[in-house]
Design a protein around this ligand. Structure first.
Ligand code: FMN
Length: 286
């Protein structure tokens, strides 16, 4: 047994109920809940070595955190790493999503933001490097391999405020939020959903529900003929005109798949394989 199989309903509900929330009440996360969220981060055994730092911080009232987050809640979290290495970038997705799903399960809404307001985040998040004047974007930490320790993404943490929803938020939450590709659209080879063992189908279903920037779902699933090796990869050559760090999303999807396996007590060896300039998340089922 593990923490996911012992609390299968908690994790399944967290995955099925999570939606990006961009409108919040201006109040803190309850102190007891915050203690739980922070201790989860220190207790969870991430199945690979990584150097992602999770930093919880307080926001400033009236200060915008992102284009679509004009009035942030009091609490937020940043996912920080050395951004010169693509393996760190994709690990941010995996580690961050576990933390955000746990918060979701405790009733704390959140939303990944890659395009946070850089000036504001650099002022309020401790122990990150300040980008040099010459390569400063307005939002996010920059394009490509940026040297230094930066927040790859942030997320607000708080309670939904329906009255604060603007037209765009309503559009995003009703049109983009719920739409996910079917499993059959996500396999790279001639695999169909019906040929899979139920246990794998379940884990893939958890994976396909992962969030991605702009809901692009640019992950694909490769399954070996004996169903023992599963690769989660970015579509070959994929880039997005707006979101520069689309390997984060692949890490998020891998986290959902790993939770799906763990909920069923399926053990695996998990490796990130660097091929050309792309990372494959390789699961070898044991
Ligand atoms: C890595 C990542 C970065 C994101 N960055 C932003 C962002 O900068 N601004 C924003 O409004 N939403 C952002 N989102 C939220 C996505 O738009 C959202 O997850 C997607 O539309 C699917 O909707 P859902 O999360 O409600 O299912 C981001 C999501 C991910 C996974």
């Amino acid at each position: 047994m593990n923490m996911f199989s012992e609390n299968k309903n908690f994790w399944e509900n967290a995955i099925n109920s999570r939606r990006s929330v961009r409108s919040y009440k201006r109040m803190p996360v309850s102190p007891e809940t915050m203690v739980k969220i922070k201790s989860f981060d220190s207790e969870i055994a991430i199945p690979f070595s990584h150097s992602v730092r999770i930093e919880y911080f307080k926001t400033r009232e009236g200060k915008q955190l992102a284009n679509h987050l004009k009035k942030p809640p009091e609490d937020a979290v940043a996912f920080i790493t050395d951004t010169s290495n693509i393996l760190n970038i994709t690990a941010v997705g995996f580690v961050g999503e576990l933390a955000l799903l746990y918060a979701q399960g405790l009733g704390v809404s959140n939303c990944w933001f890659g395009h946070y307001i850089l000036d504001e985040i650099e002022q309020i998040v401790p122990n990150i490097d300040i980008l040099k004047q010459s390569n400063r974007p307005r939002v996010g930490y920059g394009k490509g391999n940026v040297n230094g320790i930066h927040a790859v993404c942030i997320s607000p943490l708080g309670y939904f405020e329906p009255d604060g929803m603007r037209l765009l938020d309503r559009f995003a939450s009703t049109v983009m939020s719920f739409k996910r590709k079917s499993l059959n659209e996500l396999f790279t080879d001639n695999i169909s959903e019906t040929s899979l063992p139920d246990s794998l189908k379940f884990a893939f279903d958890m994976a396909r529900k992962a969030p991605s920037a702009g809901n692009t779902q640019h992950w694909r699933f490769k399954v070996s003929t004996d169903f023992k090796t599963i690769d989660i990869v970015k579509i070959k050559g994929y880039t997005h005109f707006k979101w520069e760090h689309c390997d984060v999303d692949i890490g998020i999807c891998a986290a959902h798949f790993w939770i799906g396996l763990s909920m069923q007590n399926i053990n695996c060896e998990l490796n990130q394989v660097l091929e050309d300039d792309s990372v494959t998340w390789r699961f070898k089922l044991l």
